[in-house]
Write a protein that binds this ligand. Sequence first.
Ligand SMILES: NC(=O)c1ccc[n+]([C@@H]2O[C@H](COP(=O)([O-])OP(=O)(O)OC[C@H]3O[C@@H](n4cnc5c(N)ncnc54)[C@H](OP(=O)(O)O)[C@@H]3O)[C@@H](O)[C@H]2O)c1
Length: 229
Amino acid sequence: MIMEINFNGKSVFLTGGSRGIGKAIKDRFIENGAEVAAPKREEMDLSDDGSVRKYIVKNSEYSPDIMVFNAGINLISPIEEIKAEDLIKTYQVNLFSSLRLISAFVKGQKLKGEGKIVFISSLYSMVSREGRLAYSSSKNAVTGAMKTLALELAPFNIMVNCIAPGYVMTEMTKKNLSGEEIESISRSIPTRRFQTEEEIADLTMFLCSDFNKSITGQLIAVDGGFLCR
Ligand SMILES: NC(=O)c1ccc[n+]([C@@H]2O[C@H](COP(=O)([O-])OP(=O)(O)OC[C@H]3O[C@@H](n4cnc5c(N)ncnc54)[C@H](OP(=O)(O)O)[C@@H]3O)[C@@H](O)[C@H]2O)c1
């Protein structure tokens, strides 16, 4: 049997579709026939709860078949220097805005009795690195939210999962890692290379497709074997 994923007639809501992993996910959904709503930062600033509320009010009838929460920020700081506003902003972008959007948009999935929700989380929801207090703790919190939602929504046939990308060469990575760190991390990944945006998009497609009928509540790493060490 040839497995062919298509999203013809499906609507997708995606955050952070402007670049990096989110752009690859957006392109792959469009290639596969989906109608994608991926609001730009000017339309909805995920760090600003007021802006998220406005977007929801403006789109109150919207109920996408699939939701992918990809936007994220990683503000690095040691514990003594971390600013309260950076912690709050990180949680706002990486978790709270996604939950507000799910709460507003999930009704259509419940009525239809089917739906898919994916959070793009991180390896740092399972391991961590110095200075990643805000990022790592917020991504751990995403796992808890995902599991609760998986339980609450499974009776409605809505599958909720997290993908934990390994290291991917996006603007976020270039900003946060030196050339030397990139070299040394590359050598430590069993595949001896960073993972690609498209590899994260591929798993997103599968988890959001009709082939996924029972995978829910899972945190799946796409890390070239990094976590096996
Ligand atoms: N790259 C990696 O190695 C890696 C590893 C593990 C997990 N991840 C996760 O994968 C996801 C995507 O990462 P990436 O590497 O592709 O990051 P990226 O290149 O920095 O892109 C981040 C995306 O999030 C959007 N965004 C950030 N803050 C926003 C805000 N306040 N309002 C609206 N949009 C906002 C950005 O929009 P603008 O274009 O407007 O800034 C952009 O589209 C993140 O959740 C990240 O934590 C990445």
